[in-house]
Structures are given as structure tokens and as C-alpha cells.
Design a binder for this molecule. Structure first.
Ligand code: CO
Length: 160
């Protein structure tokens, strides 16, 4: 495994529509392993392949709940329910946080690293992470959707 470089806002790879994965080989497994390591080292809860400049529909998530490590290949949101409005950040936008409206509950269909169909349901932070990471695969950043963006300073002031 190896840590990869995280693309930052302004990088072209973050604006692209990513391609579907059709080959489930060791190159994909290395990508998934590297993405998980990169995400953990950066203390993130999710990472999408375009954030490491790979334009494929691949996502890793670990929000620290009972699901543990989640690997999603070709994920698609198949249903959404309710609403939540929480503060989000992104490893590709290290200096900004903002409130984004997301569904309270989402169901996602995807494939695992071997190409086997899987389904996952998320609420709370997992629902946010699923939506946030799938947005990345379509070239969308949370700052494009956030209704109030804050710098680190503004955030710290708010928390005091
Ligand atoms: Co992000």
C-alpha cells in the first residue's frame, strides 16, 4: 500500500465526470487499498478516486460506525428519504467548511472490489458521506452546494 497525493480544489480532476469500472483486477484493489490508507492518514471519513486523480467511479468510506471500512465501486443512489443539514468538510478543500442539505437516509447500490453487487443504507453521517463521495464522481464538490461557507477561524469562533 502507498499513500497518494490528494488533489486540491482547482485541480481539473475534481471537476470531471468519472468513468465506470469494468475491470476488477489487482490495479483496482491497489487503488482501493491506497485510497483507504490515504484517507486514514488524512483523518478523513471518505475519499473518492478523483481526489487521488484517478477518474474512475470508486469510493472508500469509514465514518467510524459499525460498518467499518466501506468500499464502493460504481455506486448509485437508488433512494433518498428525509432531509438533514449538517456541517461538511472535504480533504480536497482543507480550508473551508459549510452546511449542506442532504437526505436523512440513502440507499446505494454498488459493486464490491470483486464486481459482486452490494447494497448499503446509511443515515446521519454515513448518509452525508455516501452523497458527498458520489458527488465527487460527478465532479461536484460540497462547496458547490453549501449554503454557508466558513473558514477555520470562523468555525472556531462559532464553536466557542
Ligand atoms: Co470530499
Amino acid at each position: 500500500m502507498a499513500k497518494r497525493i490528494i488533489a486540491k480544489k482547482g485541480d481539473d480532476s475534481l471537476k470531471k465526470n468519472c468513468r465506470e469500472v469494468t475491470v476488477f483486477d489487482d490495479k483496482l484493489w491497489t487503488l482501493l487499498d491506497d485510497m483507504y490508507e490515504t484517507m486514514q492518514e488524512a483523518s478523513g471519513v471518505g475519499l473518492a478516486a478523483p481526489q487521488v486523480s484517478v477518474l474512475r467511479r470508486v469510493v472508500v468510506i469509514d465514518v467510524g460506525d459499525e460498518h467499518g471500512k466501506i468500499e464502493l465501486v460504481n455506486p448509485v443512489v437508488v433512494s433518498m428519504k428525509g432531509k438533514q443539514h449538517e456541517l461538511e468538510g472535504c480533504l480536497s478543500v482543507p480550508d473551508l467548511w459549510g452546511y449542506v442539505e442532504r437526505p436523512a437516509k440513502v440507499k446505494v447500490k454498488a459493486q464490491d472490489r470483486y464486481g459482486k453487487p452490494i447494497e448499503i443504507e446509511g443515515t446521519e453521517l454515513l448518509a452525508v458521506a455516501l452523497c458527498h463521495e458520489i458527488d465527487h464522481l460527478n465532479g461536484i464538490l460540497f462547496v458547490d452546494k453549501a449554503d454557508k461557507l466558513m473558514t477555520r477561524e470562523q468555525m472556531e469562533q462559532m464553536r466557542e
